[in-house]
Design a protein around this ligand. Structure first.
Ligand SMILES: O=C(O)CCC(=O)C(=O)O
Length: 271
């Protein structure tokens, strides 16, 4: 096994990532009038949106440095080969001391800063796709709870619907490796999901954000299956590496006090 080193900045390549997406989905930047990339609905799951490559290099580097400093993962001496592995992939990291932790209350600044540019778009989505539009869209802060999940290359998470103690609207920031998140209608709620009895798989790439609200949050389960590799949108299958997901939520007002017993306020816990 390679020895761990001090936290080092790995080369990140958002430009290459954007180019890949432009090649695949068209060059939206060719026209000066083209709309900025933003939340895109995922076909088949109402209330599910992806914002591709929204976390720029500086933001990913800041999050990486924070996660490394806090012990979420360590950096191996082997160094990285980002071009071969895919843009934004950290080939030199492996899980560190923790694989899950929670924050309650004020989020760490680096995390709040990463989510901030997404906020206006999220509030705009509420009217069309999420419940309790006016009150939820206006809530401040948008998030007061976060979970950090670190997945080794063989990591997975079982199918689940996030607990009712969390309000509508869940943001996932995905870093370090691709993973395929699969959505399936929950048994009791399937009848309410129009013409969508099948599963929907979403490839989450490093730097992507995912937004779940309304039906996507309440009547679909989501999971990540164990896999050696994922097929990226360019059709290339790439080896899965260490991935970090940052899930940001808001505690439901009615049970915020009781449910904060899940973890210490303002701190992190190993899981
Ligand atoms: O890893 C992810 O992207 C999702 C994490 C998740 O579903 C959760 O923490 O409840």
């Amino acid at each position: 096994m390679a020895a761990a080193t001090e936290c080092a900045e790995a080369p990140l390549d958002t430009a290459a990532r954007r180019k890949l997406l432009q090649d695949l989905f068209g060059d939206e930047d060719e026209s000066e009038d083209a709309p900025a990339p933003a939340w895109q609905p995922v076909d088949g799951v109402a209330g599910l949106f992806v914002w591709r490559a929204v976390l720029d290099d500086a933001t990913q580097a800041a999050l990486r440095a924070w996660l490394c400093k806090e012990g979420w993962f360590v950096v191996d001496e082997a160094g990285s080969a980002p071009d071969a592995a895919g843009p934004g992939v950290w080939t030199d990291v492996r899980p560190g001391s923790y694989n899950q932790g929670m924050f309650f209350g004020q989020l760490p600044a680096v995390l709040a800063d990463a989510a901030a540019p997404l906020e206006a778009g999220i509030r705009a989505l509420w009217a069309g796709f999420c419940g309790n539009a006016s009150s939820d869209a206006a809530r401040r802060p948008l998030f007061n709870q976060a979970i950090v999940n670190v997945y080794g290359p063989d990591g997975f998470i079982r199918p689940h619907v996030d607990l009712a103690r969390f309000a509508d609207g869940i943001l996932v920031l995905s870093l370090g490796s691709a993973a395929t998140m699969t959505f399936a209608p929950v048994a009791a709620g399937a009848a309410t999901v129009a013409a969508a009895e099948t599963e929907v798989a979403v490839a989450l790439l490093p730097g992507d954000a995912l937004w779940m609200c309304g039906p996507a949050r309440y009547v679909w389960t989501h999971r990540i299956d164990r896999a050696d590799s994922d097929v990226w949108p360019d059709g290339v299958r790439r080896v899965r590496r260490t991935r970090v997901s940052l899930t940001l939520r808001r505690l439901a007002e009615t049970c915020a006090d009781a449910d904060s017993a899940d973890g210490p306020a303002g701190g992190s816990v190993a899981g």
